[in-house]
Design a protein around this ligand. Structure first.
Ligand code: GDP
Ligand code: CA
Length: 307
């Protein structure tokens, strides 16, 4: 069974690693968010693609949740000593990827090719594609002003309430080569338990990707990033409360109106399944505490597909 999954960074990467265990790497294609991409110290950083890459290569730091394990920070210490740009922390091991990718991009290699090359070099068998090779950047509209994603998320610790979002460049952005093919060839489409507003929406902002999901001939299953109405980490719950009016399964599903056939929700949210309409709930434990839990969650999502 061929699977295509839309994914953000950390929550998405956890799920994608379970998916690879459940479905087999060669049948999994991941379409990743690039709305968080940022230039730091002259380097192009793609945090969400990198979280997936590191998780699938077994190089990710489980405790910190982002970046690489066994990381050291010597370069960053020098940056601090030189009063350079240090608000976005890049570790020594992580830097190597940003250097290689930035050089490739400057030489005219598209992001999709640079990503595929890195995945191959790190022994990642699943297909990893950026949603687009074009420039697409998430902006947050808040009472304190408008901020590019990383400035809001990292520099300001996502403390500002979000009144609206925009995805600069999305109008003109074309899906990266291969994206429409993997969506078309998939037997099931999945939306990872990522933040609907800042991880999945920027992918869906690419018009042809949204259209591919809207016109699907196979089931599409979303996995909720909320447990007991709360985000496991990050601002998804606050954003849903403010922008969608609540944090129940119907509010999560409402972010994907017309795009999904089923939604996987946690047992802790099973008491409030009203308002889902045509979207079928699948109730299970959704906290991905370890590799077994990640795989079981992926199996629950895949189980929504009639054999
Ligand atoms: P980011 O791009 O690094 O912010 O990561 P994502 O958007 O892919 O993932 C963030 C979301 O993952 C948050 O809303 C979390 O609630 C969700 N998340 C993290 N771990 C888990 C988990 O174990 N289970 C579920 N259901 N959601 C999770
Ligand atoms: Ca992200």
């Amino acid at each position: 069974m061929k699977v295509a999954v839309l994914s953000g960074g950390v929550g998405g990467a956890r799920f994608v690693s379970g998916l690879v265990a459940a479905a087999g790497a060669s049948d999994v294609a991941v379409v990743g968010n690039v709305g968080d991409d940022v230039d730091i110290l002259g380097l192009h950083v793609s945090p969400d693609l990198d979280s997936i890459l590191y998780a699938l290569a077994g190089l990710n730091d489980e405790d910190r949740g982002w970046g690489r394990s066994d990381e050291t920070w010597n370069a960053l210490e020098t940056v601090v000593a030189l009063d350079g740009e240090s608000w976005f922390r890049l570790g020594d091991r992580d830097l190597g990827l940003h250097l290689v990718r930035t050089q490739a991009l400057r030489g005219g290699t598209p992001l999709s090719e640079a990503t595929a090359a890195a995945a191959a070099a790190l022994g990642v068998e699943a297909r990893l594609l950026p949603a687009t090779d074009d420039r697409l950047r998430t902006w947050l509209e808040t009472p304190a002003g408008d901020f590019p994603f990383q400035e809001w998320f990292v520099a300001r610790g996502h403390r500002d309430e979000v009144d609206g979002l925009r995805f600069d460049g999305a109008e003109e952005a074309r899906p990266a080569p291969g994206v429409l093919d993997v969506l078309d060839e998939a037997d099931v489409l999945l939306l990872a338990p990522s933040n609907p507003y800042v991880s999945i929406a920027p992918i869906l902002a690419v018009r042809a990707i949204r259209a591919a999901l809207a016109d699907r001939r196979v089931p599409c299953v979303a996995v909720s990033p909320l447990i007991e109405g709360r985000a496991v980490k990050g601002p998804a719950d606050r954003m849903l409360a403010r922008l969608a009016g609540g944090t129940s399964p119907r509010h999560v599903a409402g972010c994907y109106r017309g795009l999904i056939d089923a939604i996987v929700v946690d047992e802790a949210d099973a008491h409030d399944l009203d308002g889902l309409g045509e979207v079928r709930p699948i109730v299970t434990q959704t906290l991905m505490v370890d590799a077994g839990a990640r795989r079981r969650l992926a199996e629950a999502a895949l189980g929504a597909v009639p054999a």
